[in-house]
Design a protein around this ligand. Structure first.
Ligand SMILES: Cc1cc2nc3c(=O)[nH]c(=O)nc-3n(C[C@H](O)[C@H](O)[C@H](O)COP(=O)(O)OP(=O)(O)OC[C@H]3O[C@@H](n4cnc5c(N)ncnc54)[C@H](O)[C@@H]3O)c2cc1C
Length: 391
């Protein structure tokens, strides 16, 4: 008999989860509160682990077409001098793309797998019996419900799974601007460039041949948050990039980061995935990758549930297997962000020595270099450092 699943939230994690379940024979319906499936934010980094997940669910080709594959990830100091310039190895891919393109590719994978999407549908809660409660009073029921409804997850809250939801003092202005010839000096072509100055950071990310994604990060109480009025502050911090900063501000959106921790990722026939369960600050560019990776892992784990009664145990096994890596990634993303508070010269020394240390680099890139459950490589390839090491 076909098993049924209801997914709350049609973002990156929700669509990846829905596609992976439907590809394994589930009858899946996604409930999304917006009037259409729409990506919030501008561009996104997807590391090797996330790309393998996209390959596994058949969304990779569409994402990769025309996307930007950088050759180096570079950190620079307050004088625009290079702190570290790390080449991106061919077998450890990193791609940057518009979020709208990623979401479209995931939506296409869902459509091919027969996933149904209901928009204008706000979920206000869930039960461990496999029910989703919708605004307006309707309740829908299935063998499984999955809350992938973001950092303010009503599913997480209503199931009593929330341990912590913390918002950081730091946040980001994000925007995509048109690229122009001469934007980059010849030696800067093909690079992702992250510049630091005090508690301000300027991240320059090409997303295709014609567009550049800019992220300007600072503390919430910094006047620079008002980019339109205080553009001069950003230009004073990053004068070499004034030509890009001048082009930003028309459509930039400000948001602080969230960290969520959950008592457990499931209760009976209900589970939570993505930012709902394990949001992290974006310092490692892995929140979306972890959401997609964990959605696929959930679908794979449920292959062990031969009967609907086996679902709670399969969900517990899924959490046991996946949680160590995801929490490791969350921890190191938080830790990486701490350099923000160091004086400029100290920060440069810390970044240089930390990233030059094999052990530290191994921890930072543990998730990126992991072999996600359900991907082809995971059958033959091990995560570089053993999972025992991160427990
Ligand atoms: C500044 C910044 C930069 C980032 N950069 C990167 C990056 O480069 N790479 C990366 O991998 N990650 C990045 N992230 C993290 C990434 O954006 C998130 O981890 C990812 O979007 C999580 O996906 P999700 O599907 O769990 O949640 P979301 O993307 O938040 O999707 C949740 C969906 O649920 C819907 N929803 C919410 N509430 C309800 C409800 N009650 N009922 C129905 N629907 C609901 C929402 O409308 C939305 O569509 C970044 C985050 C920030 C803040």
């Amino acid at each position: 008999m076909t098993r049924t699943a209801l997914v709350a939230g049609g973002g990156i994690g929700g669509l990846a989860t829905a596609a992976a379940l439907a590809q394994r024979g589930w009858d899946v319906t996604v409930y999304e509160r917006q009037s259409e499936l729409r990506a919030a934010g501008s561009g996104i980094y997807i590391w090797e682990n996330g790309l393998r997940v996209l390959e596994a669910i058949g969304a990779y080709e569409e994402v990769a077409e025309g996307a930007f594959f950088g050759t180096h990830f570079e950190q620079r100091d307050h004088r625009n001098a290079i702190i570290e310039s790390s080449p991106i190895a061919a077998d450890k891919r990193l791609l940057t793309v518009l979020r709208s393109r990623l979401l479209h590719a995931l939506k296409s994978a869902c459509e091919r797998a027969g996933v149904k999407v209901v928009t204008h549908a706000e979920v206000i809660g869930a039960t461990a019996r496999g029910e989703l409660l919708l605004a307006g009073g309707k309740t829908v029921r299935a063998d499984l419900v999955v809350g992938v409804d973001g950092v303010w997850s009503r599913v997480r809250q209503s199931l009593g799974l929330e341990l912590l939801h913390e918002q950081t003092r730091e946040g980001a202005l994000r925007e995509v601007i048109p690229a122009r010839p001469g934007d980059f000096d010849p030696q800067d072509q093909g690079k992702y460039i992250e510049c630091w100055n005090g508690t301000r950071r300027f991240l320059i990310t090409p997303v295709n041949e014609t567009q550049i994604y800019l992220a300007l990060t600072c503390m919430q109480d910094d006047e620079a948050v008002d980019l339109a009025r205080n553009r001069h502050l950003w230009i004073a911090s990053f004068p070499e990039w004034a030509h890009l900063i001048e082009r930003a501000g028309a459509a930039s959106s400000w948001g602080v980061y969230s960290i969520t921790r959950s008592r457990a990722w499931s209760a009976g026939h209900a589970a939570i995935v993505g930012d709902a369960a394990h949001a992290q600050p974006p310092n490692l560019g892995q929140g979306g990758g972890m959401a997609m990776q964990n959605g696929l892992a959930l679908a794979v784990a449920l292959e062990q549930a031969k009967d609907a009664r086996d679902i709670p145990a399969a969900l517990e096994a899924w959490e046991k297997a996946e949680r160590p890596l995801i929490e490791h990634c969350q921890r190191w993303s938080i830790l990486y962000g701490e350099v923000t508070y160091l004086p400029d010269d100290v920060r440069s020394r810390v970044i240089r020595s930390a990233m030059g240390d094999d052990w530290v680099a191994g921890q930072v890139f543990m998730a990126a270099n992991s072999s996600p459950t359900g991907t082809t490589a995971s059958q033959g390839r091990r995560t570089p450092a053993s999972l025992e090491e991160i427990r």
